[in-house]
Design a protein around this ligand. Structure first.
Ligand code: FES
Length: 102
């Protein structure tokens, strides 16, 4: 089963990825606008806002999100996302989906 990843505020085209593909690997290969560092949920480089149904953050991810993006329920670490649905992803802090500024 594959899912579509789109990057609404970028020129980058949509990607179709198999479920549970590690985003850190594939988005880097595809030269997407999402940047990665540690890939293990520690550095915060991959902070994004996400529209779509993603499994909730684990405790370690949530701890970092509480520091980097407090009170922002759409914020996630892209390297920690388990791909189970179509997603729209934007780097955190960029204009996003016609929603309120982040
Ligand atoms: S790449 Fe470091 S937290 Fe995701």
């Amino acid at each position: 089963m594959s899912h579509t990843i789109s990057f609404p505020n970028s020129e980058h085209g949509d990607l179709s990825l198999e479920a549970h593909t590690p985003l850190a690997d594939e988005l880097t290969v595809q030269n997407s606008p999402i940047l990665f560092g540690c890939r293990t949920g520690i550095c915060g480089t991959c902070l994004v806002t996400v529209v779509g149904d993603v499994p909730p953050a684990k405790a370690e991810e949530q701890e970092l999100l509480d520091v980097l993006a407090p009170h922002h329920p759409q914020a996630r670490l892209a390297c920690q996302i388990d791909l189970t649905q179509d997603l729209e992803i934007c780097p955190y802090g960029t204009a996003h989906h016609n929603s309120a500024p982040v």
